[in-house]
Design a protein around this ligand. Structure first.
Ligand SMILES: NC(=O)c1ccc[n+]([C@@H]2O[C@H](COP(=O)([O-])OP(=O)(O)OC[C@H]3O[C@@H](n4cnc5c(N)ncnc54)[C@H](OP(=O)(O)O)[C@@H]3O)[C@@H](O)[C@H]2O)c1
Length: 350
């Protein structure tokens, strides 16, 4: 297997260090990129790779960013919040001719990347796959398999659930603060073959695995309404979380409060956490099926998915452009590759 070199922008953050650790575990060479040399050095040590190469590049220094990305095989951008500055990292990766993934969970940024960069990425021969996270990749891939199973879909509803202690990193909380409006009104859904902004009508309660009663849902700005219509014949795609989860996020913490919190969940909290994505599909002919994909440790899963995605792009087999996960990767193959990390998936008729 070739030893690809992967640049990690925002390498000094909580998610960045997990990504560095996963790159090392796979025997891939990491180049740490960010705005602060001391923080990058400390991150390299935390990841157990103290001799890794460091490159300092501020996000608003286009030439430095392009130079930092020029001779690597792919970039993993972990520098959130993405909405204010992520654009510059995408543009620099494309200018450097280097494939790009990120750990973004901000629906407005995801949509922006899909709408802004396809032509530039195609002409540069670069593949861009935004939202290579626990929330962005498994649900998109499973949605594609549901489409294979049922044929053209009238409706797809994705519900993201979290189990165990909901411990979030400071970076995640800052990202949520930056998209508070979308989180309140449900963000964007794909309705009757067009992307539409909330607020949306309440969703009917649904039976969910392990819940004794049908569960109340709230529309939520997830990734699937943005990514899935790019590769599936589907009329409507909605995102939702349990109403009780949305209530937790209803009043975002302030920047001042976030700064007082731990940088992220510790290993015990990460190990106790779980994530589940439930996809309910109704075919145009009325048949129904449910896909469920679940796993442990949201931040660990994000490190595995982002690195697995970057490694696949580095092999150069995906087409150029801004692609949804199911356009860049074989869905069943990618999901199966996550099995050693405890990721399980299944589709059942209903
Ligand atoms: N499922 C999901 O949606 C999912 C899962 C996991 C992670 N994420 C996202 O991943 C992102 C990172 O999370 P985290 O916990 O690692 O955050 P973090 O610990 O705050 O780290 C953020 C990183 O980004 C860098 N950064 C931020 N703003 C920058 C700027 N303007 N210029 C240059 N560098 C900048 C920081 O550099 P300094 O150290 O120099 O400040 C740091 O390296 C968040 O947006 C989070 O929401 C999403």
């Amino acid at each position: 297997m070739s030893n690809h070199t992967i640049a990690v922008y925002g390498a000094s953050g909580f998610q960045g260090v997990l990504v560095l650790t996963e790159l090392a575990r796979r025997g891939l060479t990491a180049v740490l990129v960010g705005r602060d040399a001391d923080k990058l050095k400390a991150a390299a040590a935390r990841a157990g790779t103290p001799d890794a190469e460091l490159r300092v590049a501020a996000v608003d220094d286009h030439s430095a960013l392009v130079a930092a990305f020029q001779d690597v095989d792919a970039v993993i951008n972990c520098a959130g919040p993405f909405t204010p500055t992520g654009d510059r990292v995408v543009a620099a990766a494309i200018a450097a001719g280097t494939h790009y993934v990120d750990t973004c969970g901000e629906q407005p940024f995801l949509r922006h990347v899909y709408e802004t960069y396809p032509a530039a990425a195609e002409s540069a021969g670069v593949t861009v796959v935004p939202a290579a996270t626990d929330g962005g990749i498994p649900g998109d891939l499973l949605a594609h398999l549901l489409g294979d199973h049922l044929g053209p879909l009238a409706e797809l509803t994705s519900v993201h659930r979290f189990g165990g202690e909901t411990a979030m990193s400071r970076g995640s909380l800052r990202s949520m603060l930056g998209i508070a409006e979308a989180m309140t009104d449900g963000g964007v859904a794909y309705v009757d073959k067009a992307w539409r902004s909330g607020p949306f009508a309440p969703l009917a309660p649904v039976p969910l695995p392990g819940a004794p009663e049908p569960v109340a849902l709230a529309p939520f700005p997830l990734q699937e309404p943005i990514s899935v219509p790019r590769h599936l014949a589907v009329r409507t795609v909605r995102g939702a979380v349990e109403e009780s989860t949305r209530a937790l996020f209803a009043t975002p913490l302030t920047d001042e409060t976030i700064a007082t919190l731990p940088v992220g969940p510790d290993a015990g909290q990460r190990g106790a956490g779980t994530w589940t994505i439930v996809l309910d599909a109704v075919a145009e002919d009325g048949r129904r099926a449910r896909g469920v994909v679940s796993g442990p440790d949201t931040y660990g899963t994000t490190a595995w998915t982002a690195v697995a995605a970057a490694q696949r792009l580095a092999r150069g087999t995906a087409p150029a452009g801004v692609l949804a996960p199911a356009q860049a990767f074989d869905p069943a193959d990618f999901l199966s590759a996550l099995a050693p990390f405890g990721v399980r998936w299944a589709i059942e008729d209903r």
